[in-house]
Design a protein around this ligand. Structure first.
Ligand code: NAD
Length: 299
């Protein structure tokens, strides 16, 4: 059984992003810059934002922080408009969810050229029709993990569990493109026979947020599992009183799978890593109209 070590892959990708940051600095005499907007004090959002800023600092991306306890619609529109027009800002991250606002409304305010989360409908639409776009970071990170471990999706049955706009739908959109050539099934809370779909799947990508959703009786021998779920369960042995688990019962499936991502240390680190890459890409595209990986050779 192969453990798909997302932490290791993310470190490689972060080194590459840092290399591109240096190249950008040499050209522009400033660092690629990410505006980080946090509204409210939801503990999970605070933790995510902290992790993203830490990654910026480690890689060499400047972050400019905007923290508000609350904000009204007019002020939010004004803030994002200013960031959209500010030439020194390459990417805009507004940590979702924002209490009182619909996610789609928030993402629609961001200039698609600075939409480094890849959530804006324009980028999602471009991705679905097979054009180059900023890709949502979790699906993009999953593709990097599969590529790193040379797990092809060509002619494979891939079952995705979850239909969210940030994981399930874009993941399906990417894997059905000709370059990935997978036959994709999306299961969700309205799917009556999840097991039937899983048993014929070569690759399972689970983003349900449901502990122990999948066990060995539900999977085909030799399949690959990407466990996106991040569920907190009480654990008195931990300082914070909980630990993170995925959607999959790891102990149950481990001897039946070909490969699997652990939780934590699988998909999670890749999501932040891809946000960093999208930010550097945005800096190059906005200022020089090329992607760094098309110009600079990395190892
Ligand atoms: P969500 O929470 O918005 O929705 C969950 C989806 O799963 C829904 O579409 C629902 O229909 C489906 N679902 C729930 N229970 C199901 C069941 N029993 N059978 C079939 N389908 C079921 O989705 P999300 O925002 O994509 O998050 C999903 C999980 O992935 C969460 O645990 C979240 O924390 C995690 N997540 C992790 C990362 C990461 O970087 N590792 C990134 C995003 C989300």
């Amino acid at each position: 059984m192969i453990i798909l070590n997302g932490k290791e892959v993310s470190e490689i990708e972060n080194n590459k992003t840092a290399f591109f940051c240096d190249k950008f600095f040499n050209l522009k005499k400033r660092l690629p810059t990410l505006a980080v907007v946090l509204i409210g004090s939801d503990p999970a959002s605070v933790t995510y934002v902290k992790g993203k800023k830490k990654a910026c600092n480690a890689i060499g991306i400047k972050h400019v922080d905007f923290d508000f306890e609350t904000i009204n619609e007019r002020n939010l529109r004004e803030l994002v408009d200013k960031l959209n027009k500010n030439d020194e800002i390459d990417g805009i991250l507004i940590q979702l969810p924002v209490s009182g606002f619909n996610d789609d409304f928030i993402t629609s305010l961001i200039n698609p050229e600075k939409d480094v989360d890849g959530f804006n409908a324009y980028n999602i639409g471009k991705m679905f029709i097979g054009n180059t776009a900023f890709l949502p970071c979790t699906p993009k990170g999953i593709l990097h993990i599969l590529d790193y471990y040379k797990i092809s999706t060509e002619h494979k049955n891939v079952c995705i569990i979850g239909r969210s706009n940030i994981v399930g739908k874009p993941m399906a959109g990417l894997l059905m493109q000709k370059d990935r050539n997978a036959t994709v099934t999306i299961c969700h809370s309205g799917t009556p026979n999840l097991k039937e779909h899983l048993l014929i799947s070569d690759i399972i990508i689970s983003a349900a947020g449901s502990v122990n959703l999948i066990d060995a009786s539900m999977i085909k021998k030799g399949c690959t599992i990407i466990d996106v779920g991040m569920n907190r369960i009480p654990d008195s042995s931990k300082k914070n009183g909980y630990r993170l688990v995925g959607d999959v019962n790891f102990e149950s499936v481990k001897d039946k799978v070909y490969a699997i991502t652990p939780v934590p240390g699988g998909v999670g680190p890749m999501t932040i890593s891809m946000l960093m890459r999208n930010t550097v890409n945005a800096a190059f595209l906005r200022n020089y109209q090329f992607l760094p990986e098309h110009k600079y050779k990395w190892k």
